[in-house]
Design a protein around this ligand. Structure first.
Ligand SMILES: Nc1ncnc2c1ncn2[C@@H]1O[C@H](COP(=O)(O)OP(=O)(O)OP(=O)(O)O)[C@@H](O)[C@H]1O
Length: 302
């Protein structure tokens, strides 16, 4: 499959400061790629480069095979910036009609977009009276105009409540299912873990890792935690036999390397009379993110 966004060895500096350093990544049609990184990691700079607002010092960026900022690239991409603002006295419908006109897409699309982001009931109210979540949804609807081949969403869910976040990601999933490639940045590790297909971790302008959650977990080689609840009076015996961390009078946590889970569970099975419960907790994105973002010589600065 041909990537809609292909970034190769991208470097970009402001003055003498290298902000993006040898970044390569790609996004395929229908893929949702989450770009994670600390404040100042270079996420917005990367988006602005893809949009053609900033120019690389070296390396290449191709949007649907075209140079960023060229007409065919601009036709292929829509962008939701971190902070959205609209003219307050226009209604949501008028805002979308205006942008739809700029894009040259049929006006009939507007009602469908308002429905997709859950704003149909508020469509004819002034945007100035919208809540932050509603403005954000309107921004997403604007970004969806014309079914872009590439959707760039810069921290689209910041400041939204959990239900709104969930609904936001449903709309993004729907856009991806219709074929859009989605690149979004976020600081919300938990939401990204469940709602995207792959993850790229940027730290101080360098790409530290890219892949699915399972691939990153494998690459990081982080242990799975086996959480044991012991029957009354059995925790000391189990601790003596398996080691691990005592959490309280009956809980014991064991770290287990990826390839050693089955053996450990088999050994535990031989002590089933002492066990009340066993839980298996694989490493989460928070652990994986911490692992990769701290790698390298700049660890103390992250
Ligand atoms: N126009 C500019 N001129 C000079 N330096 C800039 C400019 N824009 C960004 N930078 C610097 O580039 C680095 C990356 O900034 P960027 O906004 O891309 O980070 P980010 O990952 O989007 O951060 P955040 O999560 O806080 O939004 C920062 O050190 C920032 O100060």
């Amino acid at each position: 499959m041909t990537a809609i966004l292909a970034i190769n060895a991208l470097c970009l500096s402001f003055g003498g400061q290298r902000v993006l350093d040898d970044v390569s990544l790609s996004v395929q049609p229908g893929e949702r790629l989450a770009l994670l990184g600390h404040n100042g990691a270079g996420k917005s700079t990367l988006f602005k480069t893809v949009l053609g607002f900033l120019h690389p010092s070296s390396g290449t960026v191709a949007v649907a095979g075209h140079a960023p900022g060229s007409n065919p690239a601009r036709e292929a991409v829509n962008y939701l910036p971190e902070v959205v603002s609209f003219q307050r006295n226009l209604s949501g419908r008028e805002v979308l009609s205006y942008f739809s006109g700029l894009r040259g897409t049929p006006k009939a699309e507007v009602s469908d977009l308002l429905a997709r982001v859950g704003l149909l009931d508020a469509a004819d109210r002034a945007v100035g009276a919208y809540s932050k979540g509603m403005r954000q949804r309107l921004g997403l609807a604007q970004a969806l105009i014309g079914a872009p081949r590439l959707l760039l969403l810069d921290e689209p869910t910041s400041g939204l409540d959990p239900v709104s976040r969930h609904e936001f990601y449903e709309v993004i999933a729907d856009a991806a299912a219709r074929g859009s490639a989605v690149l979004l940045s976020s600081h919300g590790l938990e939401e990204v873990q469940d709602k995207t297909d792959s993850i790229a971790i940027l730290a101080r302008g360098r790409l530290k890792a890219e892949g699915t959650l399972a691939e990153l977990a494998q690459e990081a080689g982080l242990p799975t935690t086996i959480r044991i609840s012991a029957k009354p009076g059995a925790a000391d015996d189990l601790h003596g036999e398996f080691g691990g961390r005592r959490v309280n009078g009956c809980r014991l946590d064991l770290d287990c390397a990826q390839g050693a889970k089955v053996d450990l569970l088999a050994r535990l099975g031989r002590h089933h009379d002492k066990l009340r419960d066993v839980e298996i907790a694989p490493p989460g994105l928070t652990d994986i993110y911490r692992h990769f973002s701290r790698m390298g010589p700049t660890e103390d600065q992250i």
